[in-house]
Design a protein around this ligand. Structure first.
Ligand SMILES: C[S@@+](CC[C@H](N)C(=O)[O-])C[C@H]1O[C@@H](n2cnc3c(N)ncnc32)[C@H](O)[C@@H]1O
Length: 182
């Protein structure tokens, strides 16, 4: 399978280690599995997220998946745009994904996808090139990210295989089977 057309990084705002460890790790897992090349978390630095992602990538592949925690989101957003990338903020208040996805797809710019946790500062809405709603009901940052990436890649990432994986699933109708990649 061809590598993704774009560099995609997911920025998780306001990570609070005690409260958000599990959800932020799941954002990282979703980002990796659905076509992004990295996860940055803003808020408190949390090396447990880096460790959890390392455990997964060392078994299931994509050791190059970048995880950086405790970033300064304002600085990262500014730098991303200065370097020519675009910022896509997922929020139920934005424009419906059906309205904007073809424009986002047709742009070759690298994509920084921002998801919130607590209240998202209004500055993020202003700096974003797109504020994108995955429907206009409140749900979850993990669901929003998965649906956004799945739509962007038109389902193709569900067939993604990682060349450096030590283990792969052998799909079966019953039970759990794992094999070494051929
Ligand atoms: C649980 S929500 C909390 C949002 C927060 N209360 C606020 O006022 O911004 C956390 C994150 O999930 C994502 N999210 C939830 N529902 C969404 C939707 N319908 N469309 C896009 N993103 C959504 C957004 O990234 C949001 O920042």
């Amino acid at each position: 399978m061809k590598p993704p057309k774009w560099r995609i990084v997911v920025l998780r705002l306001d990570h609070r280690p005690e409260r958000d460890k599990r959800v932020t790790t799941h954002i990282g897992l979703t980002a990796r599995a659905f076509g992004a090349s990295g996860l940055w978390t803003a808020g408190l630095k949390d090396l447990k997220i880096v460790e959890s992602m390392k455990q997964v990538t060392s078994q299931w592949g994509y050791k190059r998946f970048e995880v950086i925690t405790g970033v300064n989101w304002r600085h990262r957003l500014r730098k991303w745009k200065e370097e020519g990338g675009e910022v896509i903020h997922l929020t139920m208040y934005g424009l419906h994904i059906d309205k904007v996805i073809s424009k986002i797809d047709s742009s070759p710019r690298a994509k920084l996808i921002v998801v919130g946790s607590s209240k998202v500062p209004i500055e993020v809405f202003k700096v974003a090139d797109y504020n994108v709603a995955i429907g206009h009901q409140p749900h979850s940052e993990i669901a929003a990210l998965a649906i956004f990436l799945d739509r962007l890649f038109q389902g193709k990432m569900l067939h993604k295989r990682f060349l450096d994986a030590k283990m792969e699933i052998k799909p079966t109708a019953d039970g759990k089977r794992v094999k070494e990649p051929e």
